[in-house]
Structures are given as C-alpha cells and as structure tokens.
Design a protein around this ligand. Structure first.
Ligand code: LFR
Length: 467
C-alpha cells in the first residue's frame, strides 16, 4: 500500500533522537536512526548547552535518516522548553547557548520581581513564575550582559533556532513561546506589558504564530528533499499530541522525563487565584488548544544521583537501580521534590539523604532505599497534583497516561497507580516523537485528525498498571 515517511528531531535536555516514522495501513512504525547524549556544562562562568554539538548530531542523524529512508519527505524539530538564543543583525547566534538552570536568574530575581511581581506576571501570562522562564533569562541577559544584549537583533527559541538553521526561515512558535512567560494567557499573542515591564526590546520577537504548518524546503546540503514543517516546537506539546483524546473528559497526562510534566489537555487556560496558588502553568498545544500543567522536578533528582554514583564508580545503571529499589524496604519517608534544593545541579545524594535523615532515617541508607524514596516521593507528588487538577477542572481522573522515560520504570508506574488509585497507562516512551510524526502526517495531508486516536491505538505500545 501507499506509505509516507517523516523525520522527527526530538531534543531533550539529556539526549536527542532522530527518528523516521512511516505511516502505512493506519499505523506508524518508527525506526530510531540516531541517538546522542548531551548535557549542560560550565563554560565561561555560565551553565551552557553545546549547541554546536547538538546541531552536528542533528545533521548527522538526518543525513543517516535520508540514506536509510530515501523517500523521507518532511522534518520537524521539538526541544525542551524555555531556552532561546540571541541573534545578531546577520542572523548569527551570539555567544554560547545558555542553559535554563544557570544561576544568573537567581542573581537578578529580586530586581525582576520589583519590575514584575509574581501576581502581576501570573495575571498577564497565566504562566507560573519561575527562575527558568525565558522572561527571567532575558532580564538577566539585559542586566548582566548589556553589550551582547545591545548587539542582539532578534531572539529565537531553541526549536525555532534549529528550524531556522534547517530552512533559513524565522518563526516564533506558539507552543514553545508559551513556556517563556512572555505571552498572554492562552498564548494567542505576546504579552506587551511584560516586554514593557522588563524592558525586553519588542523587536527581539516577530509575530507569534500557530504551528502545524509548513515552513519551507530544507537548505542543508544533502537534505534538500525534506520539507521543514512545524509539528509542535515544544517536546511536551508533541507528547500531548500523541495521547488518545476523549472529547467527553479531560485527558490527564504525565510526561515523565527529567521533568515531570503533569497536566490536562483543554481548550481554555485555568486562570483562577487557586490555580496560581497551586503553582499551575498554562502552556500551549501544537494544535491551538492549551495544556494547564504542573512542572514538577522529576527524574532529574535521580539522574543527578546517578551522575554522582557513576563518578564514584558505583552502580549508576537505571535498570539495576530500579531493581534494587524494588527489593529495598521502604523507609516510609518522603522528600518534597518542589524544594528548590532538588532543582539545582550538585550533590544530590547528600541532599536526599539529609532530607530523609532529618525525618529520622539512618544516614547510611542503601542505594536501593535512596532510589525507592525518590520514586515514592514522586508518586506521592503526582497524586497531589492529580487531586489539585481535579479540583481546578471539576473533572476527576479516570486514568493517567504516563509517557517519556519514566514510563519504562515499572516501580514508578506501579507506585503512581497505587498513590492515585486509578490505572496508569504507561507508554509510549517516545511520545514526543510519535506526536511530532502524527502532526507531520496531518500537516502534509496524509492523516485525517479524526483518525488520530485509531492510529495512536495501533502504533503506541502501552502497559496498564492497576492500583
Ligand atoms: C521537558 C520540558 C518541560 C519544561 C522543561 C524545561 O523536556 O520541556 O516541559 O518545562 O523541559 O524547559
């Protein structure tokens, strides 16, 4: 039968993947052509991404993909949220790719809040105030690097930056821009008052536009056969597009990677004072709707422990750590992943064990017990988030769709089902990629959005965990 192949570039904060997806007979089959790891590291006193490395890997992956799939016809890029690059008047990136956990936004937070108090930021944007937000980063950039800021002609969010490199075209995609703290509630336009309050030059951004459209032909040598499209610039927006959608009820999702992004897919943002008090944030979907959600510090806590254990020559493999945690006796004690100390890079094992020992745990807890305590704490936090979302929406969760790497962690899935007292539907792990592929087929006219649920059911591998 007829078939069509699209390429998804999915860039997370610890790894990137280039996947070829072929739609045939109402099913998407995926081949991961290229995967690489990367991470933020200190450079010139700032925490920075290696954007040159990422770009080389993207081009290498796409080149390999068109070699393996000579008929591949489209490509779309999604990335993690909030990061952006300044461009000079020639459209060249200025400086290194600053990473959102860089401490510069802590240094300028007090001044930021004098310009834009948290209450006001929430009213103007419907986005939870956070130091990682692009608005905070831009304010820190203007404050600490006025020379570079002066030379900045425009900024692009990361996925739009890679789309620019692929196509030569500049766009400001709504789903990724919504994470910035620079758009109005529901992200139908920029929040001019935020630009004014922070004195972020309005010329730094062009028109805010919906996604799910074509950008233009690829201009990279060897990749000219590809049409560059926008299938959802933000990774979590893509993941939400891969969820079966039931129009009658809110779909609860948990994208469980470095971040635990817990939310619902809806048409309208949730903007009540209660939503603000609970730390809710309203991000945009790729297909015009919104996704009110909680951005919870997630498996990052465990990843930082693994990084440390690895450096010490101890067991750092996720599969064996989860096995050890499954065998370990529960301490019956929890950490609060919302505490700022768990969001910062550093000696995470000590932070976790100290937090547990303050509640009476012995200081010499085993690796398995540390991992178990982290997973139990996350499951407990998810249950609180799901209860909060039920209060805010008036719709209770009947199940939770859990995607990303955490959906491959059987202990976390089971603990979550137990904490929620509803089934967890785990998978697909690569939901952002599947969402990107589905949207690409919709954009290029090969998939009717009405048929999306069927295609998802045929394409996605899921496991059901009953409480
Ligand atoms: C997940 C994610 C989250 C975002 C976080 C930081 O990859 O995109 O949605 O809040 O990264 O950018």
């Amino acid at each position: 039968g007829s078939h069509v192949t699209a390429l998804a570039v999915d860039l997370g904060s610890s790894s990137g993947r280039i996947t070829a997806g072929t739609l045939q007979g109402g099913k998407v089959s995926q081949v991961e052509v290229h995967r690489f790891t990367h991470g933020a590291a200190m450079a010139d006193g700032h925490l920075a991404w290696d954007l040159d490395l990422i770009w080389r890997e993207v081009v290498a992956g796409l080149t390999e993909a068109v070699a393996q799939f000579p008929h591949a016809s489209s490509v779309s890029v999604d990335t993690w949220g909030v990061d952006w690059v300044p461009l000079d008047a020639e459209g060249q990136r200025l400086g290194a790719g600053r990473a959102y956990r860089d401490e510069r936004t802590e240094r300028t937070l007090a001044a930021f809040r004098r310009r834009l108090p948290d209450e006001r930021a929430w009213e103007l944007t419907g986005i939870a105030p956070a130091t990682i937000n692009s608005a905070n980063q831009m304010f820190a950039f203007l404050t600490e690097e006025p020379g570079l800021a002066e030379r900045t002609d425009q900024i692009l969010f990361l996925p739009d930056h890679f789309t620019h490199l692929l196509s030569g075209e500049r766009r400001w995609s709504r789903s990724i821009a919504s994470t910035a703290g620079l758009c109005n509630p529901g992200a139908t336009d920029w929040a001019e008052d935020v630009f004014d309050a922070l004195e972020v030059p309005r010329r730094w951004v062009g028109e805010l536009t919906h996604e799910h459209d074509e950008v233009g032909p690829c201009i990279v040598a060897g990749l000219e056969q590809l049409r560059v499209v926008r299938a959802g610039a933000h990774d979590t927006a893509c993941a939400v597009h891969a969820l079966p959608r039931d129009e009658a009820t809110d779909s609860y999702f948990l994208s469980c990677g470095s971040w635990s992004v817990l939310g619902v897919a809806r048409d309208e943002p949730l903007l009540t004072p209660q939503a603000h008090a609970l730390g809710l944030t309203n991000e945009a979907r790729g297909d015009r709707g919104v996704r009110p959600l909680f951005n919870i510090t997630g498996l990052w806590i465990l990843q930082e422990c693994q990084r440390q254990w690895g450096a010490e020559g101890r067991d750092a493999d996720i599969v064996s750590l989860v096995k050890a945690a499954t065998r370990a006796e529960s301490l019956g004690l929890l950490i609060d992943p919302d505490e700022p100390q768990f969001a910062a890079p550093g000696d995470m094992v000590a932070r976790v064990t100290v937090a547990l020992s303050q509640q009476g745990a012995p200081f010499d807890v085993s690796q398995g017990q540390v991992v178990r305590a982290i997973l139990e704490s996350l499951a407990h936090r998810y249950a609180r988030g799901v209860a909060d979302l039920a209060d805010l929406t008036g719709t209770r969760a009947t199940q939770l769709n859990m995607t990303a790497g955490g959906s491959r962690n059987p202990l976390l899935c089971q603990l979550t089902a137990d904490a929620l007292q509803v089934p967890v539907i785990a998978g697909p792990a690569e939901a952002s990629t599947l969402g990107s592929l589905l949207a690409q087929f919709e954009i290029t006219g090969h998939l009717d959005p009405q048929d999306r649920n069927h295609v998802i059911a045929r394409s996605a591998q899921t496991i059901r965990y009953a409480p």
